[in-house]
Design a protein. Structure first.
Ligand SMILES: Cc1cc2nc3c(=O)[nH]c(=O)nc-3n(C[C@H](O)[C@H](O)[C@H](O)COP(=O)(O)OP(=O)(O)OC[C@H]3O[C@@H](n4cnc5c(N)ncnc54)[C@H](O)[C@@H]3O)c2cc1C
Length: 477
């Protein structure tokens, strides 16, 4: 077998999602020459965008929401020069329309320290009765415990791995109404699994980070560009400026010899590499190997048995604007959030940047219904029950829920619809799932990155970036 590029690259990274690209960028920053191999013909993995067949608009594979506590993701965006591609709220502030069509707004004031700002927000929130508002006090101790859990020597756990999010919330005195209006939407968005299925520790960890010392940690941060333009293309350029290479349509295979020498193959080329970072998801790991090396048998078995959870997004284009803010929560419904994509991208302007909406979307030459049109994305997380329904049914469901929440929009005309299914959007957090792997493997020089690595966080962008940075740090030393 001819082995090329033996000395050309210091590190090989397999997979160009958030994990692989953040690992590659960090290695490049530290002076390593990096080769990134990506199987698909576009970058970004599970956080990407594609051109809509009819309108030419770049459509995300699903709305992605970041939080102020995504510290490593924001540092990564800063490093690659893409921090302007997100827009952050000053504090957590969300409009909700409940199952009866009642609109309300939860706003946590930044003037108060965390988690007092959450308590103040909830006490001001007129969607809840006084009994529901008081119940939030039951979460103060669990959130404090979750904050402390990350410190060395922490003894008490905020939640036990055998209990679900729902039972944990009930055990801490949360009423049905505050669960439906506040905790369940947060848990579904963060964990992508219904609260009666997902284990509580990962949610406790999210709350510990959201309601940590900085009140801005809970603020919502939205991409202001289609996803692959937001981070993946800037990361590619960054790696290339630092002497690295990013190859697409390059599905990698890995061979580990008995002396632990690693050979990577893609498109008939071979590289013998001292340091390799696999940043592929759990479901793709087994296919990396024709013959699974003995030290990795258990890891591959665990990856194979990890279950996945779907997300469904229904995109509707209306002939006019139907909502007047970038996003609205629809708690208690199958479609839990609605985002106005043009307002989301328009945040770029609202934040005072000079780019216009058209500049932010240079790729929408044939928008479905002219400049007055709106493109809304309805998101269903934890979508096991609906993911295999036909498109027509999903579109009808999205319409129906939108009309029930906002009867005033019935006069708007739908001009185009699409459905995006991501059956393996995230891994399952249900109790009893296989343990998540560490960054280091039994093979010297072979490291793992990806949202599914044991970061303590659920399958999120922040988990992916933390794992990528960790792998790069161990790899480069
Ligand atoms: C619809 C949807 C909505 C989401 N919403 C949110 C959200 O709001 N907030 C949030 O934080 N997270 C969200 N997530 C989760 C988030 O997208 C993921 O956690 C994150 O993108 C995972 O990144 P990753 O790099 O670990 O994996 P991936 O993005 O899956 O990247 C892995 C890459 O490896 C490549 N690959 C696989 N096998 C090979 C091979 N043999 N050779 C070369 N390349 C290979 C794949 O093609 C892929 O590009 C959402 C996910 C989806 C699908």
């Amino acid at each position: 077998m001819a082995v090329a590029g033996v000395t050309a690259y210091d590190v090989l990274v397999i997979g160009a999602g958030f994990a692989g690209l953040s690992a590659a960028a960090r290695c490049a920053t530290r002076g390593a020459r990096v080769l990134v191999l990506e199987a698909r013909s576009r970058l970004g993995g599970r956080a990407t965008a594609f051109p809509d067949r009819e309108t030419g608009e770049l459509v995300d594979n699903g709305q992605h929401v970041l939080l102020g506590c995504y510290t490593e993701t924001l540092a990564f965006l800063r490093d690659i020069g893409a921090i302007d591609h997100v827009s952050a709220q000053p504090q957590l502030s969300v409009t909700m329309i409940d199952r009866h069509g009642r609109r309300s707004r939860l706003t946590c004031p930044t003037s108060l320290p965390s988690p007092l700002h959450l308590l103040a927000g909830v006490f001001e929130w007129d969607a809840l009765s006084w009994r529901d508002r008081w119940s939030v006090l039951g979460m103060v101790t669990p959130i404090k415990l979750a904050r402390r859990e990350r410190l060395p020597g922490a003894q008490r756990k905020a939640a036990s791995s055998g209990e679900t999010v729902e039972s944990w919330l009930i055990r801490n005195g949360q009423t049905a109404r505050i669960r439906e209006m506040l905790w369940d939407p947060l848990a579904l968005a963060a964990l992508n699994q219904p609260p009666d299925r997902a284990a509580a520790p990962a949610f406790a960890r999210v709350l510990g980070e959201m309601f940590g010392s900085d009140p801005r940690a809970a603020a919502i941060v939205l991409p202001t560009k289609p996803l692959h333009l937001m981070y993946a293309e800037p990361a590619r350029r960054y790696v290339e400026r630092h002497g690295g290479t990013v190859r697409m349509s390059a599905a990698a295979k890995l061979r580990v010899d008995s002396d632990s020498r690693i050979t990577v193959t893609a498109n008939g080329e071979h590289w013998s590499a001292k340091r390799v970072i696999s940043a592929v998801p759990w479901f793709a790991l087994p296919d990396l190997f024709d013959a699974v090396p003995a030290p990795l048998t258990d890891l591959v078995h665990r990856a194979r048995t990890m279950e996945s959870c779907p997300i469904v997004t229904v995109n509707l284009w209306f002939n006019r604007r139907i909502i007047d803010e970038p996003f609205i929560g629809l708690p208690g419904r199958v479609m839990q959030w609605v985002f106005d994509k043009r307002l989301v991208f328009g945040l770029l302007r609202a934040e005072g940047a000079s780019a216009s909406l058209a500049e932010a979307r240079p790729d929408r030459p044939r928008a479905a219904a002219g400049d007055e049109a709106s493109h809304v994305s309805l998101v269903s997380s934890g979508a096991e029950r609906i993911v295999s329904r036909p498109n027509d049914e999903l579109i009808q469901l999205a319409h129906q829920e939108l009309y029930e929440a906002m009867p005033e929009i019935r006069s708007a005309t739908v001009v185009r619809t699409t459905v995006v299914r991501e059956p393996r959007a995230t891994f399952s957090l249900a109790p009893g799932q296989p343990a998540r792997p560490a960054t280091e493997t039994g093979v010297p020089g072979f490291f793992l990155a990806g949202d599914w690595i044991d970061t303590g966080l659920p399958a999120t962008i922040e988990s992916a970036v933390r794992s990528g940075h960790r792998a790069a740090d161990l790899c480069i030393g």
